[in-house]
Design a protein around this ligand. Structure first.
Ligand code: NAD
Ligand code: MG
Length: 399
């Protein structure tokens, strides 16, 4: 008999949050929703609260709290509404299992809070690990947290590795990790075509349905860059132990190459409920609602090398990982600002990589042992990225 686990979903209204609740709703005997959090979509959060009746709901500000309390009033719902960052950390500390599905740097502190409370942490928020890799992984070890990857590639690699992989990849006979990439919606675009792509085109991913920021990251290949860094930390891999391979069909979600020539792959539909159900139930297996792959209907599976000329963000991420220290946090912050500017029509698509590269060149690498240093690097990178975007805008005469 499986014991009932309490679950906090950080970022419950997002794409991953909703997929998580879709799986959880199938297993009321396994999971009790302890807390749900959201940033701006209060009406959607109120509907989730009415369905899942969590002990707590957390929102960003008092106005959202007021609206949420109003929406929940009068019903049988007993959810208490909390506000702000301290509340996010608190509900992350208090549940048995935490789905870390806030997007971007905003997820770092509550995710770390769950880690430091020794919880079972399901990590979708790759930016948190990219920013603070060494510190984050040390906290996992010191506080006995269980860290399970949700990102489909890392979840695939985790499934293909032997259980004792913490001994070191070489020690368990692993040669390489093969991180697959769909290539995004602009895989076949020339540089000239990339020049004029719009936010609407960029957020339309060919295979996956995701939040806006990660969709743009997939289009620039920064998502693969962030995932490259994420894989280095999760699996204690050196950068030269990870290869990126473009696989446009997104059927294979990543692979592990062993010293004897064996390559193990994890396959499935491009539906995040598979890695979510895997991590929720691990080491058991539960149904996720995802239909099985139908091999008779599969088209050919193809593979190609990524083009770092057209998609420089992947190169920038690899370089930032090799430089180490605060550079991955700087890369991440500059990317968040550049992507937001692109989505707001203030920066063209190719400008995203240019802004990030310039910020990386302007900020020297420091050691990233302390959270304060990482947060300071993040703040400085944001400031510089904003200034560079404003400079471009003034040159093009827009805005
Ligand atoms: P999303 O934009 O759909 O949802 C983001 C969630 O975070 C929302 O609930 C939002 O309310 C919350 N949020 C946003 N800003 C916040 C802030 N400042 N403070 C508190 N909460 C805030 O994003 P998503 O696609 O669900 O992605 C979530 C995370 O999972 C990202 O880190 C992404 O890289 C990762 N991920 C997503 C997918 C996917 O298929 N969507 C796959 C792999 C990894
Ligand atoms: Mg992924």
């Amino acid at each position: 008999m499986t014991a009932l686990q309490t679950l906090t979903v950080l970022g419950a209204t997002g794409s991953i949050g909703r997929s998580t609740l879709d799986v959880v709703a199938r297993y009321p005997e396994r999971y009790r929703v302890y807390a749900l959090t959201a940033f701006s979509r209060v009406i959607e959060l109120s509907e989730l609260c009415l369905t899942f009746n969590p002990v707590y709901a957390v929102v960003a500000d008092d106005a959202s709290a007021l609206l949420l309390r109003e929406k929940l009033q009068g019903g049988a719902n007993a959810t208490e509404v909390l506000v702000g960052e301290a509340a996010l950390a608190r509900v992350a500390e208090e549940a048995d299992t935490v789905m870390a599905a806030i997007v971007g740097a905003a997820g770092l502190l509550p995710t770390l809070a769950a880690v430091k409370a020794g919880r079972r942490v399901l990590l979708a928020n790759k930016e948190a690990l990219v920013m603070s890799g060494a510190l984050f992984m040390r906290a996992v070890r010191e506080h006995g947290a269980t860290l399970l990857p949700i990102d489909s590639e890392h979840n695939a690699i985790f499934q293909c590795l032997p259980p004792n992989h913490a001994q070191g990849l070489t020690a368990v006979g692993v040669d390489k990790l093969l991180l697959t990439a769909s290539g995004g919606p602009f895989r076949e675009f020339s540089v000239e075509q990339l020049q004029s792509v719009t936010p609407a085109q960029a957020v339309k991913h060919p295979n996956w349905s995701m939040g806006q920021k990660i969709s743009v990251d997939s289009a620039t290949l920064m998502n693969k860059g962030l995932e490259f860094i994420e894989a280095c930390w999760l699996f204690a891999a050196r950068p030269d132990q990870i290869d990126v391979v473009v696989h446009p069909q997104s059927v294979i979600h990543s692979m592990v190459c062993y010293a004897d020539g064996s390559v193990l792959a994890q396959m499935g539909q491009p539906d995040m409920r598979t890695p979510i159900a895997h991590a929720l139930a691990w080491p058991e297996r539960i149904a996720s609602g995802v239909p099985a792959l139908n091999f008779a209907q599969l088209t050919a599976l193809t593979f190609e090398a990524p083009d770092l000329q057209r998609f420089p963000c992947l190169r920038l991420a690899k370089e930032a990982m090799t430089a180490g220290g605060t550079h991955p946090a700087v890369l991440n912050a500059a990317n968040e600002v550049a992507v937001a500017a692109f989505l707001a029509g203030k920066l063209d698509f190719l400008g995203i990589a240019r802004v990030i590269e310039q910020v990386l060149n302007e900020i020297p690498v420091s050691a990233a042992e302390e959270l304060a240093t990482i947060l300071a690097a993040d703040a400085e990178a944001r400031q510089r990225a904003h200034a560079i975007v404003a400079h471009y805008l003034s040159k093009t005469g827009e805005g």
